[in-house]
Design a protein around this ligand. Sequence first.
Ligand code: C5J
Length: 220
Amino acid sequence: MTTVEADPGPFSFDPATTALVIIDMQRDFCEPGGFGETLGNDVAQLRGVIPPLQEVLATARAVGMTIIHTREGHEPDLSDCPPAKRNRGAPSLRIGDPGPKGRILIRGEYGHDIIDELAPRPGEPVVDKPGKGSFHGTRFGEELAARGITSLIVTGVTTEVCVHTTVREANDRGYECLVLSDCVGSYFPEFQRAGLAMIAAQGGIFGWVAPSRALLAVLH
Ligand code: C5J
């Protein structure tokens, strides 16, 4: 077992049964002209996640850990996008509308894909999800089960939305989750702080939180 210094206490895991999960590091969230920006967000807020996450990804690859990427998005005919999701808020462009990076949050479009800095390698599953959580409406659970995964190291965006929903879904399914504080990002600094605090509160109600350097110190 490998142990990481974390909040609220040490997180022990076996790299052979642990997956690095990289949530929704898509152009639509991290670059101008995508879904995140149409909702009025400053996408620059998420860019700080990229360098530490690149280092974690390189290390996880080097030690042979399971790596799973997710992408939030919808079928071109929007059959998997509930009207409640499409119509909510007052975005300048709605899901499915044509934008500078292709149709907003639609599978197969340039903006929907993962940023070049964190591009998946062949053999690394990419799970397309219609919702915020990685388990809802996907084969994520089956991908984990097929590889004997029992623990997740969770990264990506955004902390209080897709990261949180995934960690909560995973927690209810019995997975042990470590969230890397500098490898998850939010458009809202106050949500970043509160989102991380909520995970580790009450003795780790949803899991553990640690900076990436604590993981890198023990993962060789
Ligand atoms: C959002 C996500 N924020 N990936 N999606 O709508 O967190």
